[in-house]
Design a protein around this ligand. Structure first.
Ligand code: FES
Ligand code: FES
Length: 164
């Protein structure tokens, strides 16, 4: 029997009826059409499906959508401000931190969760936060550098009184 799911995704409120066993990534991709969240291993092993749930990075293939009831989700589609890319997106671009891009939305969402909590992370803290995010193309060095760069860009933005 379907259950009601009311939640906020990227600032927009949704009220859906879903099967209780539906995992969050299914709802995001198949019900809401937010295909930026990738589905890869489907077993909690790659982190490609990472989104923020009330500000914390979660693997959306590994939690039931109903666990998001009454909560807020941020996906990669919610990062940019209109046509203005988020500093994390700009830093990933400028540091060549992706190739095929399949892992990138999950990487960027984890980076956002980290930098919201810890605006000036040490390299080891970045590595710890990104542990488990598999990338088959780029090599992790450039991803770590992109996140350090994003931290600097966000700090500059903050000093200039800019938006998040
Ligand atoms: S698809 Fe969710 S962890 Fe791999
Ligand atoms: S950029 Fe291809 S898997 Fe990471």
């Amino acid at each position: 029997m379907k259950k009601e799911l009311k939640f906020v995704v990227n600032g927009q409120t949704y009220d859906l009826w879903i099967e209780p066993k539906t995992v969050l990534v299914q709802v995001l991709r198949d019900e809401l059409g937010l295909k930026g969240t990738k589905r890869s291993c489907d077993s909690g092993s790659c982190c490609a499906c990472t989104v923020l749930l009330n500000g914390k990075a979660v693997k959306s293939c590994s939690i039931l959508a109903l666990q998001a009831n009454g909560k807020e989700i941020l996906t990669v589609e919610g990062l940019a401000n209109g046509t203005q890319l988020h500093p994390i997106q700009e830093a990933f671009l400028d540091n060549w931190a992706f190739q095929c891009g399949f892992c990138t939305s999950g990487q960027m969402m984890a980076a956002k969760g980290l930098l919201d909590e810890n605006p000036d992370p040490a390299r080891e803290e970045i590595q710890l936060a990104m542990d488990g995010h598999l990338c088959r193309c780029t090599g992790y060095n450039m991803i770590n550098e992109a996140i350090q760069d994003a931290a600097k860009r966000l700090q500059t933005q903050e000093e200039q009184g800019g938006a998040k």
